[in-house]
Ligand binder design. Structure first.
Ligand SMILES: *Cc1c(COP(=O)(O)O)cnc(C)c1O
Length: 372
């Protein structure tokens, strides 16, 4: 590596998604069941209406609104629908994907030996990757092998002994890749985490799970709720995420994000999606019904174990884990992308046709390798 680069970067792998990462060539038609996006694009009439806004309401030569004012108001209204205490715009920070906000909050809490973070694995990898890229130590608590609930005692032991001290605890509701919601024991634990630790509750899949800790946010000034437009609201292409927290925490994030971090088109699209949220969210029950259908199918399969999920994906493990990578490759060659992770496979819920092709291809692999 060039001598002007930080040597620790050598150990970090660039984040890239399977199509570029895979060596083989993909078939013409691909089912993307690897990144938990919503399976449907915006309806054509809405996409056309959004395009009209681009033509009529957006000046390409002008910088975006760096205050995100309209978007913050729209998010505040949306978030308040699920909170007993109304959410106001100065409790909201908007990022170029929630990834940008994760980085901003790491900069705000733990940079330069000020602190370390705790994650409970298996979990969303970005927290650890971003922390590592900033030289922030990552402590890894474990989850119960049957339920994927956090092993609270080991997490507490890490918190008690860590140097530099733990400044952020990353939790998810529901967890990815395993799909489980927080238990009442876990929530009770989060309520009493010392206030010198920021508790991040990533609710990227909120619209699927219907579960949120937002109503309790007012009681916990050290909590931060993270959400995104990339999943249920169908705007992964536009990169919009948001955080909801105490105004003082939000003010710190605002100092650390990039000046014009969110393109005008993305701000328009996010406001537009919220305006039309009832139409967009009306398709969620169909995704959940598909999840339950695929879950029951996978349960009938003697060669694997599948876990229940409250998100738009399922996690399963083969009884013989040496077949996990070969299965993923076989699926990919036939045009179904899934995610090999945590000694198992995470599959996003797609359209009925995509899910059916996945199921057929899975069964085909299993019967061709009858000893799996
Ligand atoms: C998809 C996802 C996000 C969203 O990331 P964006 O950068 O907003 O696209 C955040 N957290 C988890 C756990 C996710 O799965």
């Amino acid at each position: 590596m060039a001598t002007f680069l930080r040597p620790e970067l050598e150990a970090i792998k660039a984040y890239s998604t399977p199509p570029e990462a895979s060596s083989g060539t993909l078939p013409a038609q691909v089912d993307y069941l690897d990144t938990n996006e919503f399976p449907l694009d915006l309806p054509a009439h809405l996409k056309a209406a959004l395009a009209r806004q681009y033509v009529e309401a957006m000046a390409s030569n002008r910088y975006p609104d760096s205050s995100h004012w309209h978007l913050k108001q729209a998010i505040a209204t949306y978030a308040s629908e699920h909170s007993s205490v109304p959410i106001v715009p100065n409790q909201i920070a908007v990022g170029n994907g929630s990834d940008e906000l994760i980085r901003a909050l790491l900069l705000a809490t733990a940079l330069g030996s000020h602190g370390s973070i705790v994650v409970a694995e298996p979990t969303f990898s970005i927290y650890g990757i971003l922390a590592q890229s900033l030289g922030i130590p990552v402590h890894r608590a474990q989850r119960h092998p049957d339920t994927f609930a956090v092993e609270i005692e080991t997490a507490e032991a890490l918190i008690a002994t860590a140097t530099p001290p733990v400044r952020v605890l990353f939790m998810l509701q529901p967890n990815s890749p395993t799909g489980n919601a927080l238990t009442s024991t876990e929530v009770a634990w989060l309520r009493q985490v010392p206030t010198d630790i920021l508790v991040v509750i990533d609710e990227a899949y909120f619209e699927f799970s219907g579960k949120t800790l937002l109503p309790e946010l007012a009681d916990h000034p050290n909590w931060l709720i993270l959400r995104t437009f990339s999943k249920a609201l169908r705007l992964a292409a536009h990169r919009v995420g948001y955080a909801i927290a105490e105004p003082t925490v939000i003010a710190a994030l605002e100092k650390l994000r990039l000046p014009y971090n969110l393109p005008s088109m993305s701000q328009l699209a996010a406001c537009f999606a919220l305006e039309h949220r009832h139409e967009l969210l009306a398709d969620i029950p169909a995704v959940i019904a598909e999840r339950e259908r695929l879950y029951r199918q996978l349960q009938t399969c003697p060669h694997l174990r599948v876990w229940p999920s409250v998100a738009n994906f399922l996690f399963f493990r083969l009884n013989d884990p040496s077949h996990t990578q070969p299965l993923c490759q076989a699926l990919e060659q036939q045009g179904t992308l899934v995610r090999a992770i945590a000694n198992g496979i995470r599959v996003s819920i797609g359209t009925k046709e995509e899910n059916e092709r996945f199921w057929q291809r899975l069964q085909h692999y299993l019967s061709a390798h009858s000893k799996v």
